[in-house]
Design a protein around this ligand. Structure first.
Ligand code: NAD
Length: 492
């Protein structure tokens, strides 16, 4: 056994398989269906989880409801101290968590260390700081006291692509706000969630404040959403499921935060460094084999530079080394499942059949695993499904623009508006592009993720409702109460 295989085995051994974390207890309910968890690189079963049923769900919400009064009454300094303790635990056990996440999702280990361990640690610390900095209570100019109070019991449902980060991006602000939470991770990547629950237990977050139930979306997820037991649902995942959850929440008039998909543009203007812009876009597009909601999947270059961009991008794509994501030399792992691989191949094959020029994009020739060669596509209509729809795989489409107005038109021409990247040497033009593009984040000239991770993250249009991270992320979990008249509050 190699060292990395041993590390992977140790990481899965540390997980409480077939268990739920409810009310501070590990429960291993009998008689539930067990769902196998696969390593997408080897197709081996590395664990299994419970498909939680109605009684498990009722127990989880009851525990969260019971814990709410005491937790929300704790001073902010005490609540945030738990977040800092959890961040310390993540720092100390981040390597194990990264190996585990790589085993579940197939993300190269170096990427996992960043987004599955270091990023959630930073999100915990920065959210704690945002809560300490918040004006929880103040008097406005009318003499009224404005109070911020926790929304209540939160239901958090997360996808598989950045599993630890997505859990923590809900857990951290919910707890800082004084809410309690029931989390349901994606059924493809639940083991890191069980690991995270064990860390919550280890740092002695009070019983019932964090609860974890596992299961399929269509069974456990649907039952959770249909229950009347939560005050806010925070969902990250696909547009179709987000629409459904938003409708259920709307019907009950409970708050819903929806972080949905994207089809993000990278706009390159004629005065930009084409080589740098294209290479950076390829790298950002193919992180986690393209399974990233804010991946820049549409590269929009001056029409006369499209052929050159195709050449640079195809060469950059061909440099990827597909293989075991636990090995240091691997730069692209498999897709998360056979379903995801087949979906990606259908999109690429469809474009090819419609006459597109495609570099790569074939099923990779490997004995096991859900691998697809990265694909770069051009000579395709702006209305083509590969241009309009989120593929969630290593697929970059290159389009040509006829100048600034046309670039903005194409950038905005999808149902989504999560993120955008732009490249220009002209500050005035950059300013017009920033304001013209309808997206929740705009990254200028290759700037990557800000540190600390407090810049609001979320989408315009069909990319969702609400924001995560920093002060804006915290606000999603807070109600506002205005007290008119004499009130002996803390700030009074
Ligand atoms: P998905 O919508 O199928 O599943 C997401 C989660 O919802 C999973 O936990 C799943 O079990 C659960 N679920 C599915 N059906 C449900 C139902 N009827 N009721 C309740 N829960 C249900 O998405 P996915 O395939 O896991 O993730 C990929 C998608 O997520 C992509 O479209 C991607 O763009 C999107 N995404 C968005 C962001 C963002 O921040 N905007 C981040 C990551 C992923």
């Amino acid at each position: 056994m190699t060292t990395t295989m041993q590390a992977a085995a140790a990481a899965t051994d540390a997980v409480r398989m077939n268990s739920l974390y409810i009310g501070g207890q590990w429960l291993t309910p009998a008689g539930r269906e067990l769902i196998p968890v696969l390593n997408p690189a080897t197709e081996e079963v590395i664990g299994s989880i419970v498909d939680a049923d109605d009684s498990d769900i009722a127990a989880a919400f009851a525990a969260a409801r019971q814990a709410l009064p005491e937790w929300s009454a704790l001073p902010v300094s005490e609540r945030t101290a738990y977040l800092d303790a959890l961040a310390d635990a993540l720092r100390d056990q981040g390597q194990q968590l990264a190996v585990l996440a790589t085993s579940e999702i197939g993300m190269p280990l170096a990427e996992s260390r960043g987004v599955q361990a270091a990023l959630p640690e930073a999100v915990l610390r920065s959210t704690a700081q945002a809560a300490r900095d918040l004006d929880w209570e103040y008097q406005d100019e009318s003499g009224s006291t404005v109070l911020r109070e926790p929304v209540g019991v939160v239901l958090g449902i997360t996808p598989w692509n950045f599993p630890v980060h997505q859990l923590v991006a809900k857990l951290a602000p919910a707890l800082a706000a004084g809410c309690t939470i029931v989390l349901k991770p994606a059924e493809l990547t639940p083991l890191n969630a069980l690991f995270l629950a064990a860390l919550c237990d280890q740092v002695a977050i009070p019983a019932g404040v964090v609860n974890l139930v596992t299961g399929r979306g269509s069974t456990t997820g649907e039952k959770l959403v249909q229950s009347q037991a939560y005050d806010l649902v925070s969902f990250t995942g696909s547009l179709a499921v987000g629409r459904h959850i938003g409708a259920v929440a709307g019907d009950r008039v409970v708050r819903a935060t929806l972080e949905l998909g994207g089809k993000s543009p990278a706009v390159v203007m004629a005065d930009a460094d084409l080589e740098a812009a294209v290479r950076t876009t390829v790298r950002n597009c193919f992180t986690n084999a393209g399974q990233k909601c804010n991946a820049p999947t549409r590269l929009i270059v001056p029409a006369e530079q499209r052929a050159a961009a195709m050449q640079i991008a195809s060469a950059a794509a061909a440099e990827y080394r597909l293989g075991d994501p636990l090995q240091a030399q691997t730069t692209m792992g498999p897709l998360a499942s056979d379903v995801q691989r087949d979906k990606v191949l259908r999109y690429v094959d469809g474009a090819r059949e419609r006459g597109a020029t495609v570099a790569g994009g074939r099923r990779a020739d490997r004995p096991t695993g859900f691998f697809v060669e990265p694909a770069v596509i051009t000579d395709v209509a702006e209305t083509d499904p590969v241009v309009q729809e989120e593929i969630f795989g290593p697929v970059l489409v290159i389009l040509g623009h006829q100048g600034e107005a046309d670039a903005i038109r194409i950038a905005n021409d999808t149902p989504y508006g999560l993120s955008a990247e732009l490249w220009s040497a002209d500050p005035a033009q950059t300013a017009r592009l920033v304001r013209g593009i309808r997206a929740g984040q705009v990254r200028v000239n290759g700037v990557r993720s800000p540190h600390p991770p407090v810049a609001p993250f979320g989408g315009y249009k069909a990319s969702g409702l609400g924001r995560e991270l920093g002060a804006f992320g915290l606000e999603e979990y807070l109600e506002v109460k205005a007290v008119l008249g004499t009130f002996e509050g803390e700030a009074g």
